[in-house]
Design a protein around this ligand. Structure first.
Ligand SMILES: Nc1ncnc2c1ncn2[C@@H]1O[C@H](COP(=O)(O)OP(=O)(O)OP(=O)(O)O)[C@@H](O)[C@H]1O
Ligand SMILES: [Mg+2]
Length: 356
């Protein structure tokens, strides 16, 4: 009985500190399946009005204090069983490079990494934590094996900041990982199809390539949901909140006089799509594989008409992220999971990470 209870209560928190909101999920294991136990999402509208001062970008001290306070509020709402956390590092705070190296043991790869990092990371190596994961293996015609390794470097400063924030909120930060890995865990879930993931948040868009079940490339652009809101707000001369409402309500689908709304947003969406196209071409050129589909994630994935637009621009099947395909959830949440899924993808992937 005790043993049974213990298994049931094994759970982990995934915390995604985004620019305009913090998402927290608690994921448990029951009968060997991942299950969402609790979730919470705290949008901070104050930040919308001063986008340049949003959570991630405000000064260090303010960022730490505000984030700790927001986490405490969220903890009260979510009231989780666990205090163990996996959190994420946004793309704009990390360096990720795909390397082709000769096949070698893990310890040899470990030793090779600082040397590799020095070549690819633009800040002194003493100021970053370096990690790597193997994401592929190939054998050429002469039988020589090589390995594909994703090199990840995160500023130490960032890690210290996060440790102190979570500690102050009474949480135990166990892992920090890049958003791309969390996304691939739940959105790809082992699927072998070469896929482009566009995670369009508020401040930034993650452009990811996953292939053979693994993350292969990451890139980032600052055009994202916030840019769309700003464009509407300044062009129509309305306040940011109203612009935000209009954007969510009409998206790209306005008719008649509302057509103007999509006209205002399209240049920025085109910039995102163009950058994604460039990354796809780079990946396809490097390994002769064609990307076959697009997954839209992040809050902006909910923009009415976006799915169809991306699909026609890139000429690829485009679907909205469903991070819950391999994670069970309480039945009464069914009706909002579809809406929340794209926004909770990162947090859910982080929560699952803790249970592996
Ligand atoms: N229904 C909707 N239609 C259009 N846009 C939406 C909708 N719901 C949310 N958004 C947009 O999604 C964005 C927030 O998404 P998300 O929560 O993924 O961002 P974030 O994680 O806070 O930001 P970032 O990842 O850039 O730091 C906002 O720009 C918001 O306007
Ligand atoms: Mg985000």
């Amino acid at each position: 009985m005790f043993f049974f209870n213990k298994i049931l209560t094994t759970s982990y928190l995934g915390v995604d500190i985004g620019t305009t909101s913090i998402k927290m999920v608690e994921v448990g294991l029951s009968a060997n399946k991942f299950r969402l136990k609790n979730y919470g999402l705290l949008e901070s509208y104050g930040h919308l009005e001063r986008l340049n001062d949003a959570i991630q970008t405000s000064s260090l001290k303010l960022f730490e204090r505000e984030t700790t306070e927001l986490l405490k509020i969220l903890l009260k709402k979510v009231n989780p069983y666990s205090n163990k956390v996996t959190a994420s590092v946004p793309a704009f705070s990390s360096f990720v490079t795909l390397l082709d190296l000769p096949a070698m043991s893990n310890s040899e790869t470990d030793k090779a990494m600082p040397y590799q990092a020095r070549q690819f990371v633009p800040i002194p190596i003493s100021e970053v934590a370096v990690d790597w994961i193997k994401v592929g293996e190939t054998i050429n015609e002469s039988g020589e094996k090589s390995q594909q390794v994703l090199l990840i470097a995160v500023p130490q400063d960032y890690i210290r900041k996060f440790q102190s924030i979570f500690k102050a909120a009474g949480l135990d930060l166990k892992f920090l990982e890049i958003e791309g890995l969390a996304l691939v865990r739940v959105l790809i879930a082992g699927d072998q199809t070469p896929t482009l993931i566009l995670d369009i948040g508020s401040r930034s868009t993650n452009i990811l390539i996953a292939d053979k079940g693994n993350l292969k490339m990451t890139a980032q652009t600052d055009f994202a949901g916030g840019t769309l809101t700003q464009a509407i707000s300044s062009s129509l001369n309305i306040d940011v909140r109203r612009a935000e409402e209009l954007k969510k309500q009409k998206g790209l689908l306005g008719a008649g006089g509302e057509k103007e709304l999509s006209t205002l947003m399209l240049p920025y969406l085109d910039a995102i799509i163009k950058e994604a196209g460039r990354i796809m071409t780079r990946y396809e050129g490097s390994c002769g594989i064609k990307i076959e589909r697009v997954i839209l994630s992040g809050g902006t994935a909910l923009l009415p008409g976006l799915q169809e637009y991306v699909s026609s621009e890139l000429g690829l099947t485009t679907i909205r992220a469903n991070p819950f395909s391999k994670v069970e959830y309480p039945e009464n949440l069914g009706f909002i999971i579809n809406e929340l899924g794209p926004m909770l993808s990162v947090a859910l992937g982080l929560g699952v990470r803790g249970l592996l």
